[in-house]
Design a protein around this ligand. Sequence first.
Ligand code: ACO
Length: 325
Amino acid sequence: MNGQPRHVRITGTGSALPGKPVSNADLMARGIDTSDEWIVERTGIRTRYLAEDGQSTVSLGTEAAQRALQMAGRTAADIDLIVLATSTPDYIFPSSATLIQDRLGAHANGAAFDVQAVCSGFLYALVTAEKFIRSGSHQRALVIGADVFSRILDWQDRSTCVLFGDGAGAVVLEAADAPGILAGVLHADGAQNRLLCVLGTVSHGQVQGDPFLRMDGQAVFRFAVKALSDVAHEAFAQAGVSADTVDWLIPHQANLRIISATAKRLKLPMARVITTVAHHGNTSAASVPLALDEAVRSGQVQAGHRLLFEGIGGGFAWGAALVDF
Ligand code: ACO
C-alpha cells in the first residue's frame, strides 16, 4: 500500500431470520407461564424468530453471507477469509465457518474459522478480521454472526426462554483507501463466567452437565450497562473522536432497558439508537449485524454515517467498534 496505512471498510451487509415471528402470546399458547405485559415491560421484546427443522447456524449464516456479498457486488470467489461468531455451531467440528465456506462455493479459498464470544461474538469477529486485512495478509472477509439459541434454552425456565431468538447477520470487509473501521476494543473478565453460561458438553457419547442456558439476570444487567458505556469511551479515545460525532449507536440487542440505560450514560438520544430487540429478541452473536443490515436496508444508516457497535455476553466478554460506514 505504498507505505500508506491500510484502511478497512464495510462494503456490504446481509441478514437472515428463520421461520415466522413468534409473539409473546404464541409463547403463552405453547404453555409458558408468562404474559405480554411482563415481557414487554422488562425487556421490550414482542416477537422473536425460532429456527425450524432443517434451519441452523450454517444455513442462516450462509443466507446472510450471500446477501452481504450481493450488496458488496462480490462473489464468494473474491473472499479469502471467513470469520463466524457463534456459540451454537452445527457440530463440534468441523467449524461452522468451513461449512459456510463450502455452501458458498468458496472452496479452499483462504481461511475460515469460528470465534466464540457469545453475545459479543460479532465484535470479536469484526475486530479480528479487521486486523487480518489491515496487516495485508488478506484482502476481503466475510464476518458473520449466527446463532440458534432456541436449541440451548430450557423451555421450562420462563426467566430465560422468553428472551432469545434465532438469526444471522453478515458484513463484507475490504481493504480500502479511506478509513472505515476507526477503532476496535475487546475485553473479557473470566471471573464473571457463571453470570451467563451453558455448563454442558458432549463426552463419552453423552451429554455431560447442564446443556441449557442459565443466567443471573440482575447481575448481568448491572455488569452490562457499566461495561458497555466504559468500552464506548475507550473506542472514542482510541479513534480520537467525541461521542457527539456518532450518528447511530448499534448495540447488542439483549434488552431495551440495558440499551436505553447505556445510551443515557453515553448522552445519546434514543432517536440515534438502532433497536430491533422488539421484533428479533436477543439473537446473541447475530444481533448487531442483523440490526445493522435492517437499518441499512431501511435507509436509516447511510454512506458516510459514523456508527458505534457494542456487544456483551457470556464469559463475560464485551467490546466496541467505531465505524465510518
Ligand atoms: N413471565 C412472568 N414472570 C416472570 C418471568 C416471565 N417470563 N420470568 C420471571 N418472572 C417472575 C419471577 O418468577 C419473579 O417472580 P416472584 O417475584 O414471584 O419470585 C419475578 O418475575 C421477578 O423476577 P426477576 O428475575 O427478579 O425479574 P427481573 O426484574 O430481574 O427481570 C430480567 C428479569 C428481564 C431477565 C432482568 O433481570 C434483565 O433484564 N436482565 C438482563 C439480562 C438480559 O437481558 N440477558 C440477556 C442475555 S445477556 C446478554 O445478552 C448481555
